[in-house]
Design a protein around this ligand. Structure first.
Ligand code: MN
Length: 283
């Protein structure tokens, strides 16, 4: 007679907890680089994560004037403030608090992201998600999601979860058709709140705390810190004082990454081609 085996879920643990690095980008926007800094150059398929947060207009007013992208996706999630977006294909949009823009740059766009305000708090995230080699030169695509189109779920344990991409407790987020099958959740926990969620075992995952603090097991993760998570089936989070975080997961591509500023390809030759195409006005 063989002993019965009860499968226990493999709970993901923090393998690194790091603070972001203050820097500036665009025309002088102050921000905190969380992924894409020296200590965390990337986290396949995520290439970059910035948090921008300031109520001093000098820190953001210059915005991000016309600049190109090729070979990946930029994802902007606004928490406060308004950003005007426009590109060289005639697409226009206004990012309001609580909205998401998921832009698949593909073969190339030239766009600008400029504040639609002269004072007040500007707060949000920009995430860069890599595209697989087969999709790097795809047609550009926008998914513009209004705040009211993002479902909010009251979770067991007292949390409130905004589902941007992937699924949570049977609710699917509005973002669709992304190659790396991402999960993007905004999780708010009250004091003494708990949160648990199953994530695909092979996906890379991280969380970034942007209010209060949370604990995973004995490890505390304070505001402004990213926790890179081990592989596993499940994440379990508690919060003694209350906290809010974004939780991201995606399928790693395992392909070579060649980066040059706003271009992310697989080889140096493809980067050279990207610069040449941009300079020749072929975006
Ligand atoms: Mn951009």
């Amino acid at each position: 007679m063989s002993a019965a085996r009860i499968a226990t879920p493999d709970v993901r643990r923090p393998v690194a907890v790091l603070a972001g690095q203050p820097t500036s980008d665009g025309a002088g926007v102050k921000l905190t680089r969380v992924i894409g800094q020296q200590r965390l150059p990337d986290l396949d398929p995520f290439l970059m994560l910035d948090e921008f947060r300031s109520d001093d207009a000098k820190d953001y007013i210059a915005g991000f004037p016309d600049h190109p992208h090729r070979g990946f996706e930029t994802v902007t999630y606004m928490l406060a403030g308004r950003m005007r977006h426009g590109d060289n294909k005639g697409n226009r949009g206004l990012l309001r608090p609580g909205s998401v823009q998921w832009m698949t740059a593909g073969r190339g766009i030239v766009h600008s992201e400029l504040p639609e305000q002269e004072d007040g708090l500007m707060w949000g995230f920009q995430l860069w998600v890599n595209l697989p080699a087969r999709d790097k030169l795809c047609e550009p695509r926008y998914q513009e999601i209004a705040p009211e189109e993002i479902p909010e779920v009251d979770a067991a344990g007292g949390g409130r979860v905004r589902v941007i991409a992937g699924r949570f407790a049977g609710t699917a987020g509005p973002i669709s058709g992304v190659a790396t099958d991402p999960t993007y959740l905004d999780v708010a926990l009250p004091a003494s709140g708990r949160f648990a969620h199953d994530l695909p075992t092979a996906h890379n995952a991280f969380l970034y705390v942007f209010e209060g603090s949370v604990e995973i097991g004995e490890q505390k993760i304070a505001r402004g810190r990213i926790a890179v998570l081990s592989r596993g089936d499940r994440i379990e989070i508690e919060s003694r004082e209350g906290g809010r975080l974004i939780l991201l997961a995606g399928e790693p591509l395992g392909e070579p990454v060649a980066k040059y500023g706003p271009f992310v390809m697989n080889t140096v030759e493809e980067l050279r081609q990207a610069v040449e195409d941009f300079q020749a006005g072929r975006f």
